[in-house]
Design a protein around this ligand. Structure first.
Ligand SMILES: [Zn+2]
Ligand SMILES: [Zn+2]
Length: 545
């Protein structure tokens, strides 16, 4: 059992070596602190699954020593697992008001808001949790109240960035304060644990304020209806879209449940006060085409989101030739196919599409190299430890930091236990890691028996054979059913041949029922392989009559 002694440990249970599902642990003097607890979205390797969560077994076994979970910001890859995992950990959560508002909504939806202690932090004070003194430091990102964490410990200070960028005019929230970050650097930073998402970008991410001009230009020129899709949680972008609607004299219609939710939390926490009054989709459709602007979710190609439904004609908002769809978001790697499907559908209708390739309608929320270099200069860490990236991103940030004069860089991946201090940083062991999947309403191990069966089913198809056996052998005709094979016009002869093969296999039924079952299974599979070249799962039901 790893228990942190007089030392400072770091372990990522998710988010290092992948983009998504961030969970980081700091250990010191017998205690642990968790930073973020996020999810990842579906992956074709998990058929039928929409949400993937980190396996927290390592810290669940040490839950008595876990002091709490501190959240950097409200994106799904940082808070999304809380509704499913926080209650069992039984520790308090700490977040700023906006982030806490989003978490509360999720806990309420999952029905455990009363059983999870959620604290709104006072960002003007240090949050002391055992040996960890945590200060929330405002940084810009694509959601309000993103907070870098300056974590003081008896073995040195860690600056855990969360997701960040530098933006002198972030539209919502305070820009990063150079004096504050320099002052933290003056006090000495042992380790900078830093976002690696955009390390391959040579340019800075760009300012949210500049997006306004780009979107205004596009909307002002547009002839018919305009639909803009963006991430619901990007409240600054929503503010911008509200302003664009006012400026171009268009009524605003908001389509998507997650947008309603964000608007509610944002208004409750003091943002978007001057967001224009909205019209519902039916009213929007009655307005002249050039007098309406729709904001919709679904720019990542999500099946059930508003944009997909608009594209496929099952939403009250209808678009026609000459209307415009603006993608005020970037394609998240992995979503290209789903986005392409929607764009093809829109293209077929003659709808004009504007992405960040045609106009300045989006800026990223993660730091490019100039911003990373600036952060290194302010904080002057002894060690750079990259997180929030695939292995190629982590390696690249390590190289970049060394080239910018950071004395040491340490690349770790999920499950590696790193001792940051005392002494030289080093890896001292392994924590078990893994993925859980939310399958319907239940959490299952991502590589457990059930999901493996699901994969086999989706790849090979399945057959069931029911056979009644009495003292003198087979009774009646075996019943055969199939799912997912063979080709449709072959089904009748395929079925007949399978039944014959099963009858043959039961001619001299062995006393040992398991042997009989296996003989029937093999006979059935042989027919299937001959007809299809595949090896389906075969279930044999023996009924003793
Ligand atoms: Zn993130
Ligand atoms: Zn984020």
């Amino acid at each position: 059992m790893t228990t942190p002694k007089n030392e400072l440990l770091f372990v990522a249970l998710g988010g290092s070596g992948e983009i998504g599902m961030n969970v980081n642990l700091y250990g010191c003097q017998g205690k642990w602190l968790m930073v973020d607890c996020g999810i990842t979205f579906a992956d074709p390797a998990y058929p039928g699954i929409e949400l993937i969560l980190p396996d927290l077994q390592f810290i669940e076994e040490r839950a008595d020593d876990l002091l709490g979970i501190v959240l950097t910001h409200g994106h799904e890859d940082h808070i999304g697992a809380l509704p499913y995992l926080a209650e069992d950990l039984g520790v308090p959560l700490y977040a700023t008001a906006f982030t806490a508002g989003l978490i509360r909504g999720k806990l309420e939806e999952e029905g455990n808001a009363k059983r999870v202690k959620l604290n709104v932090v006072d960002t003007t004070k240090t949050l002391q949790l055992g040996p960890f003194g945590v200060d929330f430091i405002p940084l810009s990102h694509s959601i309000p109240e993103m907070s870098g964490l300056s974590i003081a410990t008896p073995y040195g200070r860690v600056f855990h960035t969360g997701d960040w960028k530098l933006d002198a005019s972030p539209v919502i929230g305070k820009p990063a304060a150079p004096e504050q970050l320099s002052a933290i650097g003056d006090g000495g930073v042992l380790a900078l644990v830093c976002d690696s998402t955009n390390v391959f970008n040579n340019d800075p991410s760009g300012s949210e304020a500049d997006v306004r001009a780009g979107i205004t230009e596009v909307v002002a020129k547009a002839k018919g209806r305009v639909l803009v899709t963006t991430f619901a949680s990007n409240a600054a972008r929503l503010h911008t879209l509200g302003e664009v609607a006012k400026q171009t004299g268009r009524a605003l219609c908001v389509a998507g449940r997650s947008l309603d939710r964000i608007l509610k939390v944002a208004k409750a926490t003091g943002y978007l006060k001057d967001f224009p009054a909205t019209v519902d989709p039916e009213a929007a459709m009655r307005l002249p085409r050039d007098k309406v602007m729709i904001v919709a979710t679904g720019g990542q190609g999500e099946d059930r989101a508003a944009l997909s439904r608009v594209a496929f004609g099952s939403h009250p908002i209808k678009l026609d030739a000459g209307d415009t769809v603006v993608f005020s978001s970037k394609q998240i790697p992995g979503n290209e196919v789903a986005i392409g499907r929607i764009q093809n559908q829109l293209a077929a209708k003659g709808i004009v599409m504007i992405t960040d390739r045609q106009a300045h309608v989006h800026v990223s929320g993660h730091p490019g190299r100039p911003e990373l270099a600036q952060m290194y200069k302010w904080l002057r860490p002894e060690i750079l430890m990259p997180v929030h990236g695939e292995m190629r991103h982590l390696m690249e940030q390590a190289r970049f930091a060394l080239s910018e004069g950071v004395p040491q860089a340490l690349v770790q991946s999920n499950g590696e236990i790193v001792r940051l201090a005392p002494g030289n940083p080093q890896k001292i062991g392994h924590a078990p890691i893994g993925r859980l999947v939310l399958d319907g309403d239940v959490l299952l191990p991502g590589d457990g028996g059930t999901i493996n069966e699901r994969r086999k089913l989706s790849i090979n198809g399945q057959m069931s054979v029911a056979v009644a056996i009495g003292g003198r052998g087979l009774i009646g005709t075996p019943q055969v059913r199939y799912n997912g094979l063979p080709v449709e016009e072959d089904r009748v002869p395929f079925l007949e041949e399978t039944v014959d093969a099963v009858i043959a296999a039961t001619k001299q039924p062995p006393k040992d029922r398991e042997k009989l079952r296996e003989a029937i299974r093999l006979a059935t599979r042989k027919v299937a392989t001959r007809w299809t070249g595949k090896k389906p799962i075969v279930d044999v039901l023996l009924i003793e009559a």
